[in-house]
Write a protein that binds this ligand. Structure first.
Ligand code: DI6
Ligand code: FE
Length: 422
């Protein structure tokens, strides 16, 4: 037995599982029925039908698990979140239900700025704890990679605190993280009436400093009537380019300012929201290879009525990713499964498109398409195992159900206290 353990070619082998590989092609979900998958050194070393395994399973890996027919998918990738915030905005939710609009609340100094005040006030350790708790909730629904944005600090110190809290929380948990600097999210009160000066501060002080500290994987902005103009975003993106970092953009969420085309002109990883994007914007994205990041929770929570141009995105071959947009103002959710359902019901994605959006296309939106997002040899062994009879079930139930049985990150099981082992 010991000999066999030492000479086994793989670290782990999972058997008796339906595998939604999410590889593109004619087979729905890239599915392998009665499959097997092996990991070595954190990477997928073998995948295919169990019948084609190159030997008796017990001889092949140090540890073999029979999954009893459960389904496996790539670990989910939440590629647009604002998890590093303090406080909540349930009072404003009530205001909105009493007839005040999101924009009116924002213009009256509430909205994003109320979260800025709460986030500035909290020590880094407490913010880290909040991020950790939220990450564990995402794990419970199969997530293995998360992007976290700043944007609720709006000073160098407070933005740094957010990015550090995000990194620290993720580095102590079994999750892959990307951090995004979102200094151009809202105008901080200290700069009232001096919007151009704030943008200059973001572009020439905050961004270079945070990038030099290694805290920035990408740079985002909010291009909107209640936030920043295309010219102001262009200033931030130009500074980003000189640092060799990628950009992404909150674009065309509440109005069409040409945000999608602006993002594409900087070869953005993704343009996000897109409810008001027109065909010219879609074409620009297609040409640049910019991913469309669809965020149905914000659409739902703001009771928007104008759908993103899904058919145009399909027709022009733009990859459609999905994410939670988890934030206290417009998407108070930590449930990827609810997002899958919303994407199908509200945006009319197919369940397969929705799952691809939270795996394969989300990986592209983070520039990680070669490493994660599909199950194939050489990619990271980031796996979620589900108590379902068909992958379409993931988008069918309205959140929370079905149970995610187990999650593996780089071939290693997430900790017992991650909430996934139920
Ligand atoms: N768009 C959004 O949906 C969030 N940020 C953004 O730029 C909202 C953030 C908030 O309201 O706190
Ligand atoms: Fe957002």
């Amino acid at each position: 037995m010991t000999d066999r353990v030492e000479t086994a070619k793989w670290d782990r082998l999972w058997l008796n599982t339906g595998i939604a590989t999410m590889r593109p092609g004619p087979v729905p979900y890239g599915a392998i029925h009665d499959g097997a998958i092996a990991a070595k050194d954190g990477l997928i070393a073998w995948i295919g039908p169990r019948a084609e395994l190159p030997g008796a399973p017990e001889t092949l890996a140090r540890e073999t698990t029979d999954l009893g027919g459960a389904w496996m998918t790539p670990g989910l990738i939440d590629a647009h979140t604002h998890l590093a915030f303090a406080g909540d905005r349930s009072t404003e939710f009530e205001q909105r239900l009493n007839g005040v609009s999101y924009e009116e609340i924002a213009r009256a100094g509430g909205g994003i700025l109320s979260t800025v005040n709460a986030t500035r006030a909290i020590p880094e350790e407490e913010l880290t704890d909040l991020v950790m708790a939220r990450l564990k909730r995402l794990f419970a629904e199969g997530v293995t990679t998360v992007e976290i944005k700043s944007g609720y600090g709006l000073t160098l110190e407070a933005e740094r605190k957010q990015l550090r809290a995000a990194r620290k929380a993720a580095n102590t948990l079994p999750v892959r993280i990307r951090t995004t600097f979102l200094g151009a999210h809202a105008l901080p009160p200290e700069f009232t009436g001096r919007q151009a000066a704030y943008i200059e501060h973001v572009a020439s002080d905050m961004l270079p400093a945070l990038a030099a500290e290694g805290l920035v994987d990408a740079v985002d902005g909010f291009c909107e009537g209640i936030a920043f103009t295309p010219e102001e975003i262009r200033r931030v993106f130009t500074a980003t380019q000189t640092l060799g970092l990628s950009v992404k953009l909150h674009a065309d969420q509440l109005s069409n300012l040409g945000g999608a085309a602006l993002a594409a002109s900087f070869n953005a990883l993704s343009a996000d929201h897109l409810e008001w994007t027109d065909e010219a914007g879609v074409i620009a994205m297609a040409q640049a290879g910019t991913v469309a990041m669809l965020l149905p929770a914000a659409f739902y929570f703001l009771r928007e009525t104008r759908l993103p141009p899904i058919d145009l995105l399909r027709r022009h071959g733009v990859a459609m990713a999905l994410a939670s947009d988890a934030n206290p103002g417009t998407a108070p959710t930590l449930s990827p499964l609810t997002i899958l359902n919303m994407a199908c019901v509200l945006f009319r994605l197919t369940p397969e498109e929705a799952l691809a959006g939270f795996t394969r296309e989300a990986a592209k939106a983070l520039g990680l398409g070669d490493e994660i997002g599909t199950l194939e040899v050489g990619k990271q062994a980031d796996l979620a195992i589900w108590n379902i009879a068909h992958p379409g079930e993931l988008a069918y139930w309205i959140g929370g159900t079905p149970a995610c049985l187990r999650v593996f990150h780089g071939g290693e099981k997430q900790e017992e206290d991650s909430g996934t082992d139920r």
